[in-house]
Ligand binder design. Structure first.
Ligand code: SF4
Ligand code: SF4
Length: 205
């Protein structure tokens, strides 16, 4: 199943690269920029999580230890938190993703504008980092999408450019090409189970 998923990822990556190319005039992603990995829940399906963890033993022992420490600390903080727990991803080390090649689909689309269809109407959403002066920040006008800012740049508007996230949601929920993605949970919730099964030594380190 993981081999099949790798093949699926090749197609997904090609599609996402096309979206980034299309949106290039509004993209400011750079190595070392990691705001998108600092505040979130990072939803992963069971299959994405299995793929991620299959690469964990290949990491240098020091890196594994740091990730385990992050997970342990975050799980304690989450337990003590009453509301929704938004947090830095435990795989983010020194401003870089420690498992970049195996990151989830949600991570692969970070930074793109996207649209959702609500009651038959297309609603365009900009990436969160647009509010921090990053991707698409130049078309924000008092927190709203300023269509005139697109026009100034010779672009009709965001609808011709963004990614249809529904495309992935449907595939993940229904499965595709023999792939069963399984349930979707915030990344930390997966680690609660993994901790019981594969990471028992977490408490001892
Ligand atoms: S898995 Fe990697 S890319 Fe995804 S949120 Fe975590 S650090 Fe960021
Ligand atoms: S998506 Fe935004 S926060 Fe993430 S790397 Fe790109 S510009 Fe930086």
């Amino acid at each position: 199943m993981l081999k099949l998923y790798e093949k699926y990822l090749e197609v997904v990556d090609r599609y996402i690269k096309k979206c980034f190319d299309d949106q290039q005039p509004f993209i400011h992603c750079n190595i070392g920029c990691c705001d998108c990995c600092t505040t979130g829940e990072y939803p992963f399906s069971r299959l994405e999580m299995e793929y991620l963890m299959a690469g964990f033993p290949e990491l240098p022992p020091k890196t594994q230890k740091r990730i385990k420490h992050n997970i342990k600390t975050l799980l304690e903080e989450k337990n003590a938190c009453d509301g929704r727990f938004l947090h830095k991803c435990p795989l983010l080390l020194d401003g870089n993703c420690a498992m970049y090649e195996r990151r989830g689909i949600t991570c692969r689309v970070f930074g793109l504008a996207y649209f959702e269809t609500v009651n038959g109407k297309r609603i365009v959403k900009l990436p969160e980092c647009s509010k921090c002066g990053l991707n698409y920040s130049e078309v924000l006008n008092n927190g709203e999408i300023g269509i005139e800012e697109f026009h100034k740049r010779g672009v009709d508007g965001p609808v011709s450019h963004p990614l249809n996230l529904t495309f992935f949601e449907k595939e993940i929920l229904n499965g595709v090409n023999g792939l069963e993605f399984g349930e979707i949970r915030p990344i930390l919730d997966w680690f609660v189970n993994i901790r019981q099964n594969q990471m028992r030594e977490l408490d001892n380190n």
